[in-house]
Ligand binder design. Structure first.
Ligand SMILES: [Zn+2]
Length: 452
């Protein structure tokens, strides 16, 4: 067993100094010992933290981050942003897609994300025809994950309608078309891509895009343990349309219609009634929060303090990749509440507690659940997905214990993530990935083709 001795590590009981972690050949943590010293161990300065799962990604959107910031007409909104994305997609083929995804996954690793859930709906070619291999674009996601070493829960999207009531897909949506039968066939075709770091689940895009009979058929065909993610209640208009269609709000409809449990991740869930919030919190499902994207798109605030007080579980995602930083997602989750409620340390979970630690612990627990992967804890039996913060970085100098985490989350605009390990293998050392120049050059070429 390989042994690593860290100056400090965040264990389930808190930040502990002088921790030796033993990692088996299977990439799982086999032993943890504190304060005992081990001369045979590799020594690592700095603070080891569990690597952070990123529970919501649309890789292709990384290519257009920052390109939808010009003011439009007075009705500029989420819906006009979506039109910009559709135009961009007309040029993106498999090569460009993999180039963008690999660059993104590299950036995620450098920022401290060690695993992600890819909510993948770019199934068809730009004309809307299936690729010769219908799994072509999904395979590019797996390839990008393997190139970079990041762990993946790949979620092919069910996308069969353009609105409540089964309205047909619009011209900009032809690339996304996927019914329940197709989605289950795609999952079966992708089984050989899975390994100890990479798994499968399903993502019904939204209640707009997944009509009830399609949703039920897809869920019936899933294997036990495969997670289910869905966009829900992101925008007020979606809530209004769902009420007009069914007489119920989206989360209410879902909770009344399906058995929603820890297998589910409800992405955004921004606009909830008090009753929906309490029921969601009690369900064990994960609220998939993406604060920087939700801010960028003008979605609204998630009532995080109320939800956490009810025992709700959350994780974070970078979604549109307007920001690829767990620090910024966690910070804005807290800042949204501070600005709304005019208070401080609102998500710390009680008096005299570290807000950064509470936010990080929440994102680790919920993220691991949403990805259905054995990560998020430095503990026996968990996979060795971890990051090491440089405690000599000016940002962290003179800090100890949870103050290191608070300083990282609230002041960490320069990145102190020094090393990153996934499944027992170092993928980032001293901030660098061994393939970063090749991946970066290919990305720049792809971006020229996409934007010229
Ligand atoms: Zn999304």
């Amino acid at each position: 067993m390989r042994k690593l001795r860290f100056a400090a590590a965040l264990l389930p009981e808190g930040v502990v100094e002088d921790v030796t972690i033993g990692i088996g050949g299977d990439g799982l943590i086999g032993t943890i010992a504190a304060g005992q010293g081990d001369d045979g161990a590799e020594r690592e300065a700095g603070l080891a933290l569990p690597g952070i799962p990123n529970l919501h990604s649309h890789a292709h959107q990384r290519a257009m981050a920052g390109l939808a910031e010009r003011s439009g007409n007075s009705a500029d909104s989420f819906w006009t942003w979506r039109q910009t994305m559709y135009r961009f997609l007309e040029r993106m083929g498999p090569e460009e897609f993999q180039a963008v995804a690999a660059q993104l996954y590299l950036e995620m690793l450098q920022a401290g994300y060690t695993s992600l859930a890819e909510f993948h709906y770019l199934h068809r070619d730009p004309a809307g025809a299936p690729y010769g291999d219908p799994a072509e674009m999904s395979r590019r996601i797996f390839a990008a994950a393997r190139e970079t070493g990041i762990a993946l829960t790949h979620l092919p999207v069910l996308y069969a309608a353009s609105g409540f009531g089964g309205a047909p897909l619009g011209p900009g949506q032809k690339r996304f078309a996927m019914d329940a039968e197709g989605a289950l066939a795609l999952l079966a075709a992708l089984e050989p891509e899975c390994d100890r770091l990479r798994r499968l689940g399903l993502a019904p895009h939204s209640l707009r895009a997944a009509p009830p009979e399609q949703l039920a058929a897809a869920l019936n065909g899933l294997k036990p343990g495969q997670p289910v993610h869905i966009h829900i209640a992101e925008q007020v208009k979606e809530v209004e349309d769902c009420l007009a269609w069914s007489g119920k709000r989206p989360v209410e409809w879902l909770l009344d219609t399906h058995r929603i449990d820890a297998r589910w991740c409800l992405v955004h869930a921004t606009h909830l009634s008090e009753n929906e919030r309490a029921r969601l919190a009690a369900s064990g499902a994960v609220a998939g929060l993406c604060p920087t994207t939700e801010a960028n798109l003008g979605d609204g605030f998630f009532a995080a303090a109320d939800y956490l007080a009810q025992g709700g579980v959350f994780g974070i995602g970078s979604d549109s990749h307007i920001s690829v930083s767990p620090v910024e997602e966690l910070r804005w989750l807290e800042y949204g509440e501070r600005l709304r409620r005019q208070g401080r340390a609102l998500l710390a979970g009680g008096p005299d507690r570290s807000t950064g630690r509470a936010l990080l612990d929440g994102a680790l627990t919920g993220g691991a659940r949403a990805l259905a992967q054995p990560v998020g804890r430095l503990a026996r039996g968990s996979r060795a997905d971890l990051i090491v913060l440089d405690t000599e970085h000016p940002l962290l100098a003179g800090r100890r214990g949870e103050a290191l985490i608070d300083s990282w989350i609230f002041a960490g605009n320069r990145n102190p993530v020094r090393h990153v390990m996934v499944g027992g293998d170092w993928v980032i050392r001293d901030g660098h990935h061994e393939a970063e120049e090749r991946i970066g050059a290919r990305f720049r070429q792809a971006m020229r083709r996409l934007t010229e």
